[in-house]
Design a protein. Sequence first.
Length: 234
Amino acid sequence: MADLPVVLVHGTRVSGSMWSPVRSLLRSPSAAPDLPGHGSRRGQPFDLDAACDAVAECIAGLGGRALVGGLSLGGYVGIATAARHPSMVAGLVAMGCTARPAGALVHAYRLAGRLAVANAARADRVSAYVIRRSLPGSAGEAMLAGGLSCEVVPSVVAAVASEDPVASLAGYPGRVWLVNGARDHFRADERAFLRACRNGSLITISGRGHLGVLAAPDRLAVFLDRAAAEVAAG
């Protein structure tokens, strides 16, 4: 049996390049598309339908069925893609995305988005500094390799806030892994997300923050290969 492909979805303002260290270690075939408004698609309008279409197009290019993994925005996009295209998403690994997109969280990101649009170049410089501090070494450099596009943040926030990821998970029949760093502020509603899953698991990584899952690409690659094998076996 051929290995099930893995499609990895990036976070806000970065690109598919962030997954390069993990993809280089995967046994499974893989791809990491750029979402609209990011990386090679910078300048394209971002909304969740277009983002899910980009992921679905990538899955189709790999044979029509894949394990989908995503971090932060990528996790929310992965959940939305699973809801829209359940037959294409064989399993889902949603990382750093178990906070409901509402209330104070959305308010804070809307403010950040307005500041980013006011001075996108400065926002890109600040983002690069924060990423390098949070993820020193090759993992952080991979996040920056495809360029930054902070000007897309307001569109991303509006799009994610318009969705109900808990309802989307409830409607998805496949296997789901929810993965969070223990110090990740995006884990606030993880129990509600887990209850919504028909076949879900919650994994907490001790000592890690929002981007911490990327700090050990070898471990993440092994985990993703095992998840792909599990869903491929049925």
